[in-house]
Design a protein around this ligand. Structure first.
Ligand SMILES: NC(=O)c1ccc[n+]([C@@H]2O[C@H](COP(=O)([O-])OP(=O)(O)OC[C@H]3O[C@@H](n4cnc5c(N)ncnc54)[C@H](OP(=O)(O)O)[C@@H]3O)[C@@H](O)[C@H]2O)c1
Length: 273
């Protein structure tokens, strides 16, 4: 089992498949992330707002892996965009994680309805943090094209956005590719809701795989970074066991055709938190 490595526009290398930790409470985070690292995940996605950075860091420390064998993403929360608060936020995340640097630090949401254009200042702050070595790479999350146009300086290495078969985001993905910004899919399984789509169930039966494996494979073959979350050890393993089969072009296209612009999370243009 070898997870493909994607080289970001800044030269930093990221495993294409990672482990998501949204809604994993602090008390479960060390166990879940430890299990993920034990079976071969090397890329962990967390965020300050998830409240589990201490548990994630404890799992990393207990893993016995060298720091450069693990790729860790965390995110700046919306009420910390201004320069001084962003610095407090990154230092707090590093302390909770028990790390001296992050691999990828993201602006979690542009959050313009509540915080105006403060995300512009956040992007300037992240560039300083990268220059100081607090993070190896910097990117954004939940940005639309207008947000990407508005920031200045370095190009984000990734944009982490909601993508799954019922929300394929074809136009945004094409635009990110034009800008050499790698697309990272959050809620890649549609939080489980896409797994009962008849087309996915049919392809899973044809290939003797599970619907989750088919969906993760679809992301990988589209070129998305993909970060499924599970608290269930069998599913954590199932979601990593996706490197010994391929979808045909017809199967990929049939899944992409499931798009109905159906979000499981907030629309970045309407997010008021
Ligand atoms: N940037 C952002 O704004 C943002 C927003 C949301 C998420 N994220 C990131 O993206 C990650 C993934 O998104 P997500 O957690 O929202 O959703 P997801 O990964 O699409 O789905 C997680 C759900 O699917 C279930 N599941 C996982 N593997 C399964 C399998 N093999 N078979 C059946 N069900 C399975 C999980 O159940 P169990 O846990 O019970 O097994 C859980 O209920 C997050 O954890 C987080 O790191 C980022």
């Amino acid at each position: 089992m070898t997870v493909p490595i994607i080289t970001l526009s800044d030269g930093v290398q990221i495993p294409q498949l990672g482990f998501g930790t949204f809604k994993i409470p602090q008390e479960d985070a060390e166990r879940a992330v430890s299990e993920a690292l034990r079976i071969g995940y090397r890329h962990i996605d967390t965020a300050a707002i998830y409240g589990n950075e201490v548990g994630v860091g404890a799992a990393i420390a207990a893993s016995g892996l060298r720091r450069n064998e693990i790729f860790l993403t965390t995110k700046l929360w919306n009420d910390m965009h201004h320069y001084a608060t962003a610095r407090v936020a990154v230092e707090t995340s590093l302390e909770k994680l028990g790390l001296d640097h992050i691999d990828l630090y993201l602006i979690h949401w542009p959050a313009t309805l509540k915080y105006g254009d403060s995300y512009l200042e956040a992007w300037d702050a992240l560039q300083e943090f990268k220059a100081e070595g607090l993070t190896r790479s910097i990117g954004v999350s939940n940005f639309n094209v207008a947000h990407l146009d508005a920031i200045s300086g370095e190009i984000p290495s990734v944009n982490q956005v909601e993508i799954h078969p019922s929300l394929t985001q074809n136009e945004l993905r094409a635009e990110l590719a034009n800008r050499s910004i790698v697309c990272e899919a959050w809620s890649p399984l549609g939080r489980g809701s896409d797994l009962s789509e008849p087309t996915i169930v049919r392809i899973a039966a044809e290939l003797g795989r599970t619907p989750a494996q088919i969906t993760i494979r679809w992301h990988l073959q589209l070129g998305n970074i993909v970060i499924p979350k599970s608290l269930t050890p069998a599913r954590i393993a199932e979601n990593l066991d996706v490197f010994n089969f391929e979808l045909t072009t017809e199967q990929l296209d049939a899944i992409t055709a499931l798009d109905r612009d159906a979000r499981t999370g907030s629309n970045p243009a309407l997010a008021d938190f």
